[in-house]
Write a protein that binds this ligand. Structure first.
Ligand code: FAD
Length: 463
C-alpha cells in the first residue's frame, strides 16, 4: 500500500504534533510504503531526512520561492501536484497545524487530489476495498480508496532505533510539479492579511475579593449577566447578500447584512451548487467539525478563499473584512478575500448554563470537590486544554481557541493560568471570577473579580 504522509515543521523546529500522530498511524499499517511530503524551504531537508529514520523510505520536499507565503488553498493546490505524481492509496495529514490552526488543508487537498475524505480520525478500524475509521465526533465512517485521513492527537510517534537508516530525499520545485504560478504562494493565495494588531479582547479591571465572598459575588453576577445582552459588534456598512450555511452563523451574518439566505448543511456538491446559483457576496459557516470540513471542501471546489475561526466581521468598500486570532491568539489578523463570495467560518458561542466553573491544571487534584461545588450552584464544569491533554477531562469540555467558545453570565476560572488560547474561548463571559494563588497569573487581567487562593482553600471556605 502506497502512503503519503504530509508533514509540517512547527515553529519550534519539531514535527507538528498532529502530523506526528498521522505518521505513527501510517507506520502501524502492515506493508505500508511511506513517502513523507512537505512544502517548506530547503532548510527543512535535514528535518525530513531525520524523520525517514522512523520508517519512511523516501521524502519529497516541495521547495521553491514561488511557494512561499501560501494560504491554505494555495498550499493544498501545491501539495496536490506532488500527490498526483506519487499516486498513493492513502494520504495522511494531521488534523491541523499549531501555527495556522485552521484544519482546512487536509479537506482542501482531498478535493484537489480526487481522494475520499475522513476527518478527525481517532482510530483506523479496517482497510479493505474501503477504509473504515472511528472519528472524533462524526461516528464511524467508511470511504473508498484513494482516501485522505486527517488524524487527531491519538498516539505517540516512535523514536528511531539505533540501527535505523535514513531514506532518500528529493527536492521538487515548481517546474518539477508543473505548478501554475497564479495558484501558488502569496501571489496565488485568495486570502490576504491586511494587517495585524495586538489582541486586547477580554481585558478587564480586576477587583480582589475574599474566598468567603464567592457565593454572593456569583449570585449578584448571575442577576447582572441576565440583564446584559450578548452582542457581536455590528458593521455600519452592509453587504447586499450573505449565505449562512445552517443557523449557527446567523448571529454573525446579521452584523454585516440585512438580506441573509440560510441554506441547509447538506453535502459539499449541493452547497457549492447553491452558492453558484445564488452568487452571494459572502458565505458564512459555523466552526464545528462538519462545517470546517465542508467549508474547506467547497472552498477548493469553487476556488474561493476561506478564512477560519473569525471572531468579528465588518464591511469596507463593499467587501467582507474578517478578523481572526493568529499566532496562538496573541494577535488579531485583519483579513480580506480576493475572491467573491468571501467565505469564513465564525466562532459561534455554544450553549451553556448560567455559571461555568472552568477547572485548570492547577486545580486538577480538586476536580471532585469543584464538581460538587458546581452541582450545588447548577453550574457546568468545563476545562482548559492542559486538563484535557492530560486525560482529566474529555475534549468537549475544553474552552479556548481549539475548543468551545462560551459566553455565560458567570465564568469562574479555578487554577487556570490565563493563556491567550484559553482566553479566546471565554472572553465574552459577562462576569469572570478567577481563583489562583499566583498574583502574577495573566487570568487576573481578564477577570472582574480575583481570589488569591488555592482551589483547596476555596473549597474549604465553600463547604
Ligand atoms: C495552538 C494552541 C492552541 C491551544 N488551544 C487551547 C485551548 O483551546 N484551550 C486552552 O485552555 N488551552 C489551549 N492551549 C494551551 C494553552 O496555551 C495553555 O497551555 C493552557 O491553557 C494552560 O492550561 P492551565 O491554565 O490549566 O495550566 P497551567 O498553565 O499549568 O496553569 C495552572 C495555573 O494554576 C495555578 N495553580 C497552581 N496550583 C494551584 C492550586 N492549588 N489551586 C489553584 N490554582 C493553582 C498556577 O498558578 C497556574 O496559573 C493551546 C495551545 C496552543 C499552542
Amino acid at each position: 500500500m502506497k502512503i503519503v504522509v504530509c508533514i509540517r515543521q512547527g515553529l519550534d523546529g519539531e514535527i507538528n504534533p498532529f502530523d506526528a500522530c498521522a505518521y505513527e498511524e501510517a507506520l502501524r499499517i502492515k506493508g505500508a510504503e511511506i513517502t513523507l511530503l512537505s512544502m517548506a524551504p530547503e532548510s527543512a531537508r535535514d528535518f525530513l531526512l531525520r524523520l525517514t529514520r522512523l520508517g519512511a523510505r523516501r521524502a519529497v520536499l516541495l521547495s521553491d520561492r514561488a511557494f512561499a507565503g501560501a494560504d491554505t488553498l494555495a498550499t493544498a493546490y501545491t501539495l496536490s501536484l506532488a500527490i498526483k505524481k506519487l499516486s498513493p492509496d492513502l494520504i495522511f495529514c494531521g488534523r491541523q497545524t499549531l501555527v495556522g490552526d485552521t484544519a482546512q488543508t487536509g479537506p482542501m487537498l482531498s478535493v484537489y487530489a480526487n481522494a475520499s475524505l475522513i476527518t478527525n480520525v481517532m482510530s483506523i478500524e479496517r482497510i479493505e476495498e474501503k477504509i473504515t475509521c472511528t472519528t472524533r465526533d462524526m461516528g464511524v465512517r467508511s470511504v473508498s480508496l484513494p482516501a485522505l485521513l486527517t488524524v487527531e492527537r491519538i498516539n505517540t510517534l516512535r523514536l528511531p532505533s539505533i540501527m535505523s537508516r535514513v531514506g532518500k530525499i528529493e527536492v521538487w520545485n515548481a517546474e518539477d510539479v508543473g505548478a501554475d504560478a497564479d495558484r501558488c504562494g502569496l501571489h496565488g493565495s485568495p486570502t490576504r492579511v491586511i494587517r495585524t494588531f495586538e489582541n486586547e479582547g477580554g481585558r478587564r479591571k480586576c477587583v480582589f475579593i475574599q474566598p468567603s465572598e464567592l457565593k454572593s459575588t456569583v449570585a449578584n453576577a448571575i442577576e447582572k449577566g441576565r440583564e446584559v445582552p450578548d452582542t457581536v459588534k455590528r458593521s455600519e456598512e452592509k453587504l447586499p447578500h450573505v449565505i449562512s450555511v445552517g443557523e449557527t452563523p446567523l448571529e454573525f451574518a446579521r452584523t454585516v447584512c440585512d438580506k441573509i439566505t440560510v441554506i441547509d448543511m447538506t453535502d459539499a456538491d449541493d452547497i457549492a451548487l447553491k452558492i453558484r446559483e445564488k452568487s452571494p457576496d459572502a458565505v458564512l459557516w459555523g466552526s464545528d467539525s462538519r462545517s470546517k470540513e465542508l467549508s474547506a471542501r467547497v472552498s477548493a471546489m469553487l476556488g474561493l478563499g476561506l478564512c477560519a475561526d473569525c471572531t468579528e466581521l465588518s464591511v469596507e468598500n463593499g467587501r467582507l473584512i474578517m478578523y481572526r486570532p493568529a499566532l496562538s491568539g496573541s494577535i488579531i489578523a485583519k483579513i480580506e478575500s480576493r475572491t467573491i463570495p468571501a467565505m469564513a467560518t465564525v466562532r459561534t458561542v455554544t450553549e451553556s448554563r448560567d455559571v461555568i466553573i472552568a477547572v485548570g491544571y492547577g486545580a486538577r487534584d480538586s476536580l471532585d470537590g469543584l464538581s460538587k461545588m458546581a452541582e450545588s450552584m447548577s453550574a457546568e464544569v468545563l476545562s482548559t486544554r492542559k486538563l484535557v491533554d492530560n486525560g482529566y477531562m474529555p475534549y468537549h469540555t475544553q474552552v479556548g481557541l481549539t475548543g468551545r467558545t462560551v459566553a455565560p453570565p458567570v465564568y469562574v476560572a479555578v487554577g487556570v493560568h490565563g493563556a491567550v488560547h484559553h482566553i479566546a474561548g471565554m472572553q465574552r463571559a459577562k462576569t469572570v471570577i478567577a481563583v489562583n494563588p499566583d498574583r502574577g497569573a495573566p487570568i487576573f487581567d481578564y477577570a472582574d473579580f480575583g481570589i488569591l487562593s488555592t482551589a483547596e482553600e476555596l473549597l474549604g471556605e465553600w463547604n
